[in-house]
Design a protein around this ligand. Structure first.
Ligand code: GTP
Ligand code: MG
Length: 294
């Protein structure tokens, strides 16, 4: 399968972030709590250098809470990093961030100039939502698909913090196949850029391995079929994803799995654990590197 998704604005955004970085005091990297490794852009890590960083594990409401706790401990082992699980849509959660910023840079806060904070992360992870929640009003455009923000935008929180919202940034070469498949499952990559059946079936396989009880409950199945494709067929049949003649429409069934995983309808699910990133996704999709290169 080919994942060919590196919109032109991302290349530009990368250059813009490079330009802004020297003027930045602190970086907020928004990660997807369900996949903190695959949603971390190694390029951002390099661009950040030794600036302090808050790693926000966003969409915490969708992730497995016990695994998220382990991620916080794991991420905070990095120099200059504070990690916090968060629901960007939640006002109370958003209010915690300015306090964290000031705590990380107490000396800098004594200066008259506002603290300059850059918000970065992959597409659709919730950067603009977090900014709006912190600002207490809609300042940045938000949407449930990747590539909503296409150029950097500055937002003055009027509390001594100046935020920069940036377009979601993926890396030009998606050469980690399992990671790319998790990103596709999470909604970070445009739906037209990957094979829905492959990613949907791989997601169902992972759910069957790690969260079988949630899968059985959601689709009211007594037991799981003996292969991932059959599982998707079975749940598709149960939910009326049929074509003429009564056969299952596998594409629609795979879409259903992805939609319900993304919305949290199946339950709180983490696709990665700090100690291992294996499982179904490692046998997942293949990428055409030439297509993904910039
Ligand atoms: N369940 C849940 N959804 C969230 C959360 N934060 C953001 N979202 C949703 O995620 C989608 C993407 O949010 P945006 O804020 O536009 O994401 P972004 O990172 O700015 O995306 P780009 O601008 O495309 O890079 C929206 O539908 C939000 O409502 C969260 O904590 N939990
Ligand atoms: Mg945005």
């Amino acid at each position: 399968m080919i994942i060919d998704w590196y919109p032109g604005h991302m290349k530009k955004a990368r250059a813009q972030i490079l330009e802004i970085m020297p003027k930045i005091d602190l970086v907020i990297e928004v990660l997807d709590a369900r996949l903190p490794t695959s949603s971390a852009n190694p390029l951002l890590e390099r661009l950040r250098g030794d600036k302090p960083c808050i790693k926000v594990l966003n969409k915490n409401d969708l992730a497995d809470p016990t695994i998220t706790k382990r991620w916080v401990t794991f991420l905070e082992k990095q120099q200059g990093v504070k990690a916090i699980p968060l629901e960007a849509t939640n006002r109370r959660d958003g209010g915690l961030i300015p306090k964290m910023c000031r705590k990380l840079l107490p000396e800098r806060c004594k200066a008259k100039k506002p603290l300059r904070v850059l918000v970065v992360g992959i597409p659709n992870v919730g950067k603009s939502t977090l900014i709006n929640t912190m600002a207490g009003k809609k300042m940045a455009r938000v949407g449930d698909k990747p590539a909503i923000t296409t150029c950097p935008q500055q937002i003055d929180l009027r509390n001594g913090i100046l935020l920069s919202d940036t377009p979601g940034l993926l890396w030009p070469v998606l050469d980690d196949i399992a990671g790319a498949c998790r990103l596709a499952a999470s909604g970070a990559i445009g739906d037209n850029a990957f094979d829905t059946i492959e990613v949907g079936v791989t997601t169902a396989q992972y759910l069957a391995e790690k969260y079988p009880a949630l899968l059985l409950k959601r689709y009211k199945m007594a037991e799981l079929a003996d292969s991932p494709v059959r599982i998707v067929e079975e749940l598709g049949r149960r939910r009326g994803c049929l074509i003429k003649g009564g056969d299952v429409d596998l594409h629609r069934a795979a879409e259903l799995v992805l939609r319900e995983f993304r919305s949290g309808s199946v339950g709180r699910i983490s696709l990665e654990r700090p100690e291992e990133t294996g499982g179904a996704f490692n046998q997942g999709v293949t990428l055409d590197e030439n297509q993904a290169q910039d």
